[in-house]
Design a protein around this ligand. Structure first.
Ligand code: JFZ
Length: 478
């Protein structure tokens, strides 16, 4: 009896607490079975590694690399990996490309070396893109490398080669599969529902197969999850996340996979991030001033080198192609806001990279070798953005200024948060100390380097917190 009484009291107390806290909240919590599972950023070692890596490469490689954007003599300007769709090629006809899949110049070790030299800490590989062709010999479909003249397990060779170079392997996986007769864009009938549930079992099998065959995989980046059929089956996306996490402790999953009970994607109906990191920044980045909310969660952006070509396209003259400095700018931009950046490569059908990509990888690698300290394991610094470039913050609290725009005044303005002072500045990669002058309360002029560097450079700031202004500067009284 005593015990029951105690439970009742406890219950009354808990109800009172939950009532008073919900009274303070403006929005009512929507009950969800398949909503977010994490509270805030994951802080376990696997997630920290994901975050500290900061720079990755994407590999888009599939049958689309053979036609390279051209079908029956017509060159399509759209993304090359979507050619089947642009040219309205039936799936069985498209899959005949498998007879030509024989990448004689493919050398996984060389690929891994290129990524390493570029300074990438991880690689995201398209195990299967929308077309449905698998880079591993899947038991569950005949559309795989095993049934091509090549026959080799290309994915397995890549996993080994990248891992041997110390590079983490992430798997890109498209749920939408143009080759599968049971795939549905939406569920409109009982027959659709039966077919689609077969399709989901097929997908589960493929995912389990990948997780079992390649247990060193660190991450799954899902794609092709935007159709109504998947939004109508939010439960399945939660199940996949759970299944992979049980099979591969520490594995990270992108928000792209997920839909909740109400078909809401990325963020659940209560506004919480689903999956472990937000993956909606595709060829775009958050505004460094207006979108600071992104610093509250983990996120990863990805970008193409031309405007929008992920798979190999034979004619890059059809769109603007970014320069190495523009790519480096985007990498730093992402890190300055607490995100990762993945730079895409679309190897050719023969297994070689186009020269432009090789040159870009070398140029990025050179810069990263010199200034990577301001990128790897760095995060949002909490300083107000200035026009000269971006700030990042290292693990020991040091703040980096990555200067992309050299000012005529020869002074780089730094505004510090309240109670934070700049003690010292030095030019990364040299012994040069940089002059710092306090110009107003929480404002400094940091001089540009004596000799104008011919590339974006990094100034390392030693800062102090909980310290008042050194000078006699006061805020204006209004
Ligand atoms: C998808 C694919 O359709 C495309 O071919 C490529 O593989 C790319 C990496 O992913 O396209 C996307 C993915 C995400 C968004 C937009 C297009 N997004 O989040 O806005």
């Amino acid at each position: 009896m005593k015990g029951t009484k105690r439970i009742i009291t406890l219950f009354a107390l808990l109800t009172a607490i939950s009532f008073s806290s919900s009274a303070q909240e403006t929005k009512k919590e929507i009950p969800l079975k398949y909503g977010a599972t994490n509270e805030g950023k994951r802080q376990d070692p696997a997630m920290q590694k994901f975050r500290d890596n900061r720079l990755g490469v994407f590999i888009h490689w599939g049958l689309y690399a053979i036609p390279g954007g051209e079908w029956n003599g017509k060159v399509y300007n759209g993304a090359a990996e979507w050619l089947k769709s642009w040219a309205k090629v039936p799936s069985d006809e498209w899959m005949q490309l498998m007879d030509q899949w024989n990448p004689t110049r493919f050398d996984a070790k060389k690929w891994a070396k290129t990524a390493k030299e570029m300074g990438a800490k991880y690689v995201k590989i398209t195990t299967k893109h929308h077309e449905g062709f698998c880079l591993w010999p899947s038991k569950y479909t005949s559309y795989t490398v095993a049934n091509t003249p090549c026959k080799r397990d290309l994915l397995g060779e890549m996993v080994k080669a990248y891992n041997d170079e110390g590079i983490d392997v992430h798997f890109y996986f498209s749920v939408m599969d143009w080759s599968h007769p049971d795939y549905r864009y939406s569920i409109k009938s009982a027959a659709d529902s039966i077919a689609f549930s077969r399709f989901l079992t097929f997908t589960d099998n493929q995912l389990k197969e990948l997780a079992t065959r390649y247990p060193t995989v660190k991450d799954f980046w899902f794609d092709g999850t935007w159709d109504a059929s998947i939004k109508q089956n939010g439960w399945w996306t939660a199940h996949v996340e759970q299944m992979l996490k049980e099979m591969l402790p520490g594995v990270t999953i992108n928000s792209h996979l997920r839909a909740d009970d109400n078909g809401k994607r990325h963020f659940d109906s209560n506004g919480r991030l689903m999956g472990d990191y937000e993956s909606g920044y595709e060829r775009r980045l958050p505004d460094p001033v207006k979108d600071l909310k992104v610093t509250q969660w983990d996120w990863e952006a990805c970008m193409t080198i031309p405007e929008n070509q992920w798979g190999y396209h034979k004619d890059w003259s059809l769109s603007y192609v970014k320069t190495p400095i523009e790519v480096i700018d985007r990498i730093v931009h992402a890190v300055s806001m607490g995100g990762n950046m993945v730079v895409n490569f679309g190897p050719k059908g023969d297994g070689d990279f186009r020269p432009e990509e090789k040159e870009l990888a070398t140029a990025i690698g050179k810069w990263m070798e010199r200034y990577g300290e301001a990128v790897y394991a760095c995060d949002y610094a909490g300083f107000e953005k200035q026009d000269w470039g971006y700030y990042t913050r290292g693990k020991n609290g040091e703040v980096y200024m990555i200067v992309f725009n050299q000012p005529y005044s020869k002074q780089l303005i730094v505004k510090t948060p309240k109670g934070v002072s700049v003690e010292k500045a030095s030019l990364m990669g040299t012994k040069e100390n940089i002059k710092v002058v306090e110009t107003a309360r929480n404002e400094y002029n940091v001089s540009v380097p004596k000799k104008n560097p011919s590339e974006p450079y990094v100034i390392r700031l030693q800062i102090q917190t909980n310290k008042g202004s050194k000078g006699s500067y006061r805020d204006a009284l209004t």
